[in-house]
Design a protein around this ligand. Structure first.
Ligand code: ANZ
Ligand code: ZN
Length: 815
């Protein structure tokens, strides 16, 4: 048979589409599998990362379908976001038009790869119906106090009068006009993800062994639970400010055992005490300028800078030694963590050390290292020194005793802190879900009434990169207050796109006919959730997965779902590289999936992608391996003609088969067995070894002449390969076997049994032992085995001659 992928692939894609072959079934008594790939951003064209992602999920989905599962394998579009606005600025298109035409384009590219998506479940997050339900969730969270408004710091371009995302700040300057960016305090909306910090941490345990351990660790670190002591230093001289007086400085430390080594305290530039000092003109103009500059640098940037400090000319009193401790402002202290102030112990902390070294502050060791240490500071465990009555105690014990002392004396208390911050969800951009709140002079902030949702984006906007298009629109924001009816204004901020991606997987489960009237169908979620396998890039290991886990828990709290952990298994695919580097436009090493499909067809692309590396590993693009995949498919086609058209697997008399025939069957059934093992999370979906087993089996079939063995073998191979190269497998099976439906095939255990024969070993004609080998075993191997078996007989002898009589005997002539 001539292999013509262009014709074959189109034919089957149309058939699958028109017959609705991949739509989930309504019957909820069927066992289900929910196989999900992270949905793409509609940037315009699919890239190899997408192709790899969907090749993996598609193979899994197809395999489960074949096993009789009701499978949901949906696709959708993470369609809001900045690139659409950037394109609008650059190319004068409308973000909506740009986005939807990209979706159409990418959809047809995905279609040409033959992915078995459940298309009726598609979601585009910029659709107004999606906004409607998201706004409803927002309002429910707002009313429950899970969303609140407070001032936060944002990157601000004074020239464009606009807020900038972190990605739009390039080396401290605006990406568009190069103006230095400043930090501006503005109202923002936050979701209380911190309310769920402990649960988000605890539930990671249930994902152990099901999510990559690296991802679990990253999530744990991001949540960042730490236990320590919070206590207050007394100021040497209380500070009068306005009516009140400030007399203490609170700090949080995870190392109370190092308290005798404190040589200074460091404060965030935004700390209230610093603000009070500035207000009271207690510090020099020069220092104030330096502090202001620090405030205008984002915390992200500060973390990358060298340590910077400004002395405040003020002391606190050490609570145990009563020594004077100087106060500094430092760029490594964050206002949002602990109390925004630190007791610094340079002898036992890297940051504190760097700072003390630079500013010539005392470095006093208080823990004797119990292991070798080449660093100028020591972070490990050991015994306390220079610590008065605590000297000689192990630091873990000292930590307990010092915390107990503070608690007992009422000067401090044990506290738990999380690194996790509340999630800032407002963005000052156009192309996002509008925040459904209204500002009324009389009533304050009022949610839009539910009947009026969605609050839709106006389409007639000018997107120039200056200001917020919603704010600049002539009338959009003017509305009536839902409560008192007076003139009011809409919130012009839109939502972070991570909000949309936090519940799209729940929305997929809701069938089309319910989508206008329900955000989420409880019945369908009960059936489809949790996602059985979630596949995507490691770059989403922290934020997306954390937000999605959080949102699911919130929707559970609000009574929408019973799920708590949405993704029961997670597979993070490796990068696609070429010439040793990640494919990227800037490196010029991008391979266009469309070009590969045009040249070789979708099946070749799919086979190569799954053959080149196991899913979790990096995949290096290799043109000649693509050729090799193409050749394998061609060979599969050309050899099919040797098979007989059959309606069912033939009954094969094993006894009558020759060794080669038996061997070929064994290889075929080995591949089948491997196929069942491969499609399992714990085994890592190592398609590469499965494909290799199929190739071996095809070779073995080629080496024998039985038509029955051929036909059986071919049919089974097509069945195994269908999830990987579906078009050609459907084509061949239909041509030859007229069995369009692939069902599970039982493994013939007899075929897997290894025949073995006994060969006698003789030395100078005398029988000295025997070995068990496979029929027609390679004589070199037979000789090795034989020599090992009779080693003691030939240890001090010279072998003059070695004779192998195949399948019977090995004789050594020795002297
Ligand atoms: C004294 C000390 C001595 C500290 C020592 C560490 C080592 P984790 O574990 O991440 O929670 N810290 C506290 N608040 C801070 C803030 N707002 N910005 C920057 N650093 C802050 O870190 C807790 C430790 O980070 C605390 O323990 C504190 O320094 C510092 F040998 O106190 B430590
Ligand atoms: Zn009102």
């Amino acid at each position: 048979m001539e292999y013509n992928p262009r014709v074959i692939e189109k034919k089957w894609q149309d058939f699958w589409e028109s017959s609705g072959a991949y739509e989930p079934q309504d019957d909820k008594t069927l066992p289900k599998k929910y196989i999900l790939s992270m949905f793409p951003y509609p940037s315009g064209n699919i890239h190899m990362g997408h192709v790899r992602n969907y090749c993996i999920s598609d193979a899994i989905a197809r395999k489960f379908r074949k096993e009789g599962f009701n499978v949901l394998h949906p696709i959708g579009w993470d369609a809001f976001g900045m690139p659409a606005e950037n394109a609008a600025i650059k190319h004068k298109t409308h973000p909506k038009q740009w986005t939807y035409s990209n979706i159409e384009n990418m959809k047809s590219q995905l279609y040409s790869l033959g992915f078995s998506f459940s298309k009726t479940r598609e979601v585009a997050t910029c659709d107004s119906i999606y906004s409607k339900w998201e706004q409803m969730f927002f309002i429910a969270m707002w009313e429950k106090g899970l969303i609140y408004r407070k001032k936060g710091m944002l990157n601000w371009c004074p020239n464009d009068q606009t807020v900038l995302a972190n990605e739009q700040v390039v080396e401290g300057k605006c990406w568009r006009c190069d103006t230095p960016v400043v930090q501006k305090e503005m109202y923002q909306y936050y979701v209380k993800i911190t309310d769920y910090a402990q649960e988000l941490l605890d539930d990671l345990e249930s994902l152990e062994g099901k999510w990559p351990s690296q991802v679990l660790t990253m999530q744990r670190n991001w949540i960042g639970k730490s236990e320590g002591l919070s206590f207050a230093f007394d100021l040497e001289n209380p500070l009068q400010c306005d009516e009140s007086s400030i007399s203490t400085l609170e700090v949080f430390t995870t190392r109370p055992d190092t308290i005798f080594g404190v040589s200074y305290c460091a404060l965030a530039p935004e700390h209230p005490l610093v603000k009070a000092l500035i207000k009271e003109c207690r510090i020099s103009k020069d220092s104030i300028d330096k502090i202001t500059a620090m405030q205008n640098t984002s915390e992200r940037e500060r973390a990358q800078q060298e340590k910077i400090g400004i002395p405040l000319g003020l002391n606190v009193i050490h609570p145990l030694t009563h020594n004077k401790i100087p106060l500094w402002v430092a760029n490594f202290v964050l206002m949002g963590y602990g109390s925004g102030a630190v007791m610094s112990v340079p002898a036992h902390d890297e940051r504190d050390y760097e700072f003390a070294h630079k500013y010539h502050l005392p470095i006093l060791p208080v823990i004797a290292p119990n292991e070798e240490n080449d660093l100028p500071y020591y972070v490990g465990d050991g015994v306390l020194i220079n610590s008065c009555e605590y000297n000689g105690l192990h630091n873990i014990e000292a930590k307990k005793q010092i915390i107990a002392y503070f608690e007992k004396s009422g000067k401090g208390k044990a506290v738990v802190n999380f690194k996790l911050r509340d999630w800032g969800i407002s963005r000052q951009r156009y192309w996002g879900t509008p925040i459904p709140l209204i500002h009324c002079e009389k009533c304050g902030i009022v949610p839009e009434s539910l009947e009026k949702l969605p609050v839709a984006l106006p389409e007639d906007v000018e997107i120039s990169g200056e200001g917020n298009p919603l704010d600049k629109h002539p009338y959009w924001k003017h509305c009536a207050c839902p409560k008192c009816g007076k003139n009011a204004t809409r919130e012009t901020d839109t939502l972070d796109t991570f909000v949309e991606s936090s519940w799209y997987f729940l929305r997929y489960t809701t069938p089309q006919n319910l989508r206008d009237t329900q955000a989420l169908s409880a019945e369908d979620m009960r059936y489809w959730m949790d996602v059985d396998e979630y596949i995507g890039g490691i770059e989403h290991a922290i934020l997306h997965l954390l937000y999605a886990r959080f949102f699911t828990k919130v929707l559970r709290t609000l009574g929408y779902t019973e799920s708590s952990e949405p993704f029961s298994h997670l597979l993070t695919q490796g990068m696609v590289t070429k010439d040793g580097a990640k494919m990227s436009k800037s490196k010029g090493n991008v391979v266009d999936p469309n070009a590969i499909i045009a040249q070789y067809g979708a099946d070749t692309a799919r086979l190569f992608i799954l053959f080149a590396a196991p899913p979790v590993r990096e995949l290096e693009w290799n043109d000649s391996a693509v050729e090799g995949s193409y050749r394998f498919i061609k060979r599969l086609c050309s050899k099919i003609e040797k098979a007989q058209k059959i309606q069912a697997l033939p009954n094969i008399e094993i006894q009558s088969l020759s060794a080669k025939e038996k061997y070929a069957r064994k290889k075929v059934y080995e591949a089948l067995k491997k196929s069942n093992e491969t499609f399992c999370h714990a085994n890592g979906y190592t398609f590469n070894t499965l494909i290799a087993a199929c190739m071996e089996a095809l070779n073995a079939l080629n080496e024998q002449d039985s038509t029955e063995v051929w036909s059986e073998g071919y049919f089974i191979l097509l069945n195994i390969l269908e999830p990987i190269i579906p078009h050609i497998c459907w084509e061949l099976s239909q041509e030859y076997f007229n069995l369009a439906n692939f069902n599970t095939i039982k493994i013939d255990e007899n075929a897997l049994k290894e025949d073995s024969i006994v060969m006698a070993i003789t030395i100078n004609g005398k029988r000295r032992g025997e070995i068990q080998v496979v029929p027609n075993a390679d004589s070199k191997q037979v000789l090795e085995l034989a020599k090992a078996e009779i080693a003691k007989w030939i240890a001090d002898k010279n072998i003059i001659k070695e004779i192998v009589v195949p399948n019977k005997l090995v004789n050594f002539v020795v002297q």
